[in-house]
Design a protein around this ligand. Sequence first.
Ligand SMILES: [Zn+2]
Length: 343
Amino acid sequence: MIRFIPELIITSGREVIVQHAPAGEEACCVLLLFPHLRQVHIDAIEQDQGGLLITARSRTDHAICQRCATPAGRRHSRYRRRLHDLPASGRPMVIELEVRRFFCDNPACDVRTFVEQVPALTQRHARRTPLLRAALEAIALALAGRAGARLASVLGLVAGRSTLIRLIHALPDPEIGRLTAVGVDDFALRRGNSYGTVLIDMTTHRPIDLLLDRQAGTLADWLRAHPDVEVICRDRASAYAEGALKGAPQATQCADRWHLWHNLIQAVERSVARHRSCLSDPQADVPEQPEQASAARSTAGKGSTRFADRTRAKHARIHELKAVGHSLRAIARQLGMTDRTVI
Ligand SMILES: [Zn+2]
């Protein structure tokens, strides 16, 4: 069982919880709470209203040159780095770490001096520990900028929305692995003006790449770089058909489930609208006179269908909203239509 008796010393408003922790029970307790500090010697842990400050220094007497991997023991200088770490019990935590600059004595190496990096604690030019960075990356990936910054603040992590977006941009692209079935579709960068192409791994249903346009040549180049593709799911755009044929002639092209349903719905609606005049209105209780039925069919045949009625009603509504000063975009949003349909 590990016992911990903190040594409380009040110095200029700060409580020094641990001072010069020996390699005994206090040190064990600190490492239990902060296992990522195993590689450093903790000089002191202090707290004030701003949070916890841990003063530490490296334990080893040498470092490995990052360029040539040669151990170096000849010291050049030392300085202090401030690293923001994960909060401890909701309190912000800063590690003030003394690091050393070493000479690389390998004559074949073009590095004269380098700064040591402490495993699991420091990275070149980083002002956050890997633990804190991983937590912020997870928040940014889940919630992006503004919402991520709000949650981070509640959890005691200090990061603005721009910082979170930068962290996402700095992440390496995930490994795609072997790709056999790919989905291709377009997306709007600026609706009506500029479109790109999104590529989906149909096995994992995750997006894997974006192309800056929806030209056949661009898709063909991408497919040539991925020769394992066996199935291409696409819509009916001729550019994608041409690109798929040029870039992956070995692949089978098919329509994906969404486009099949979408196309079927459109075809059924058009067909029903066209044949609306073939259907009589249900009037089971009152037998219809032949003249009335003929007149009704005649009226329906002139376009008085439900589809046409609905379209006319929408058209009228658009003009009403335009007349009272609504923008085209606002009208589209209100009626659940695209800007282009409203135009
Ligand atoms: Zn070196």
